[in-house]
Write a new protein. Sequence first.
Length: 243
Amino acid sequence: MLNRVYSVFDRRLRPLRNHVYLVFPGHDIAYARVAEPAFQALGGVLNHLAGNNRSLRSIRHDPHLSERNEQLLFHGDVELLTARELKRRYPDTKVIAWVQDPVQRVSYCYERVILSPNALPSYYSESGFDQLMSPQEFVDHISSISDLEADNLFRSQSAALTHKGALTADVVLQVEQFERSLAAFLSESTVAIRNVPRSRYRISDFVSDSTLCSFEDEGIRRKLQRRYHADYELFYAEEAAYA
């Protein structure tokens, strides 16, 4: 009962929090958006799946390409759904999830939110975060917040990809193995690889070396391994063995 009440409140506060599935009906495939850098790196590919090829060519020299890619995406053949909507409307669609190592994912969240020159988003300011937090203080704080209350940038990927106690994804790909994961992703769709815009992923494009170095601290890593133990067990079993 308490979870149901919280869910209703959460939908009013953050109405798109659980809309993490991008469904491409023309290709019988759904992409689960749980790792923000993966989504940004795949901008051209996702727009290609949405049928925005002509518009993509017109913005390829735009310095704000990733932002334009995201704005353009929802003008194409794509639907943004919750797990419940996805299973009800597209029960046979293959769901592909791209996941990210939790240490790098939280590093990205810290740099994007805490180190940003802009004011904290309302969720963070209302949840006890501040922009003077050190990486250690940030990790301590997110470790005290449950996945029921967590923002999607640091909510467990396993929690975001679970519906009625079962994992929604049919295939899970690691963004760290980008080229191999991209080939696997495209092989699950009806897209010819030769027609897809070139994409690349490097963590240094999203997080500075100094921030990454801070999160390599052994104490921080161990705390994140405990906070995201389910992610490591499900998606990074080898890394979990060293927790």
